[in-house]
Design a protein around this ligand. Structure first.
Ligand SMILES: O=C(O)CCC(=O)C(=O)O
Length: 307
């Protein structure tokens, strides 16, 4: 099965591509049910405040080899999906490989203890891992996340990978859907937090500057969709989420997939050769201290000024 030319063209110009509902919905729902059965997904996720204060841990609190709920699960309904395989081969070469796959849970406010809510107040990256019981850190938990590029996690690495994102729930505008800024990959890698100024009356218009002298007006889109809806994007594409406005979680799958090391030139290389900026940074973020704790407040996607 060949990917539509127009879809790849979209990736070239806009830095992302929607594959629609390509993944079997029933199997997505079964996987979602399995995940939900593994723990008490409400208050029981969180450690006690005294335990947090005694030894706050801001790093090493996300899924990793040996602590990842997806390890050992049969995900062939995704990974052997013929449309997906064809698209990824075209983009990354036939020997593309998965760097990491994980479950992401968008956590509603009502689950989060008050003391932890104060800790994450107006943070640009409200990753909740620091407050989650160690045995449940096999999933990444967010209460939204400000606009970022996925290269943020890979300093000194080239933009030789894409992110694949699959909704397991039906996701409406209220369920913490992804916001993306099409075309924002154009300046390559820029340091987080990004220079994005909301423009005019429309809440989706932005002036994006690379802090190296270039800027561009862009518009954000919201990705709503049913279970099985799938997207992929360039590692320099700006995207993020607002916290869910409902009282239930939003559970999704996120893969980082790198290009084939054996193919000398793949479509991603062509996209990268058309970017007007660096493919790699030795410092991808300025928001953390040496312990991994955020030293900045302010969250652009939620409309809070930086302080
Ligand atoms: O699912 C979310 O809330 C955010 C996911 C995301 O942007 C990421 O993992 O890079």
């Amino acid at each position: 099965m060949k990917i539509q030319y127009s879809q790849l063209n979209k990736f070239l110009e806009q830095g992302y591509c929607s594959l629609g509902e390509i993944i079997n919905q029933q199997k997505c729902r079964e996987l979602l049910e399995f995940i939900k059965q593994t723990r008490d997904f409400e208050h029981g996720l969180f450690i006690e405040e005294e335990d947090f204060r005694a030894n706050p841990q801001y790093t090493g609190v996300n899924p990793c080899p040996g602590r990842n709920i997806l390890e050992g699960l049969d995900l062939s309904f995704i990974e052997q999906n013929p449309v997906l395989q064809s698209v990824l081969s075209e983009l990354l070469g036939e020997e593309y490989s998965v760097v990491i796959k994980k479950v992401i849970c968008g956590v509603p406010k009502k689950w989060i203890p008050d003391w932890a809510l104060l800790e994450i107040d107006r943070l640009p990256v409200p990753n909740l891992g620091a407050f989650i019981k160690p045995q449940y850190r096999d999933i990444t938990y967010f209460h939204g996340i400000d606009f970022h590029q996925d290269i943020i996690d890979y300093k000194n690495r080239l933009s030789d990978f894409i992110t694949l994102y699959i909704y397991l729930d039906d996701v409406s505008e209220l369920d913490s859907p992804l916001f993306i800024i099409p075309g924002s990959h154009i300046f390559g890698a820029t340091t987080f937090p990004h220079s994005l100024i909301s423009c005019g009356d429309a809440s989706n218009s932005w002036l994006y500057s690379d802090n190296r002298g270039k800027s561009k007006f862009l518009q954000s889109n919201i990705l709503t969709g049913t279970a099985g809806s799938t997207w992929f994007w360039h590692s320099c594409l700006l995207h993020g989420t607002q916290p869910t406005k409902l009282s239930q979680s939003r559970i999704s799958l996120r893969y980082i997939i790198e290009k084939s090391r054996s193919s000398p030139s793949v479509l991603l290389d062509y996209v990268n050769s058309n970017l007007d900026g660096p493919l790699s940074l030795d410092n991808t973020r300025n928001d953390l201290n040496e312990n991994g704790k955020s030293i900045l407040r302010g969250n652009i996607i939620n409309g809070n000024a930086k302080t």
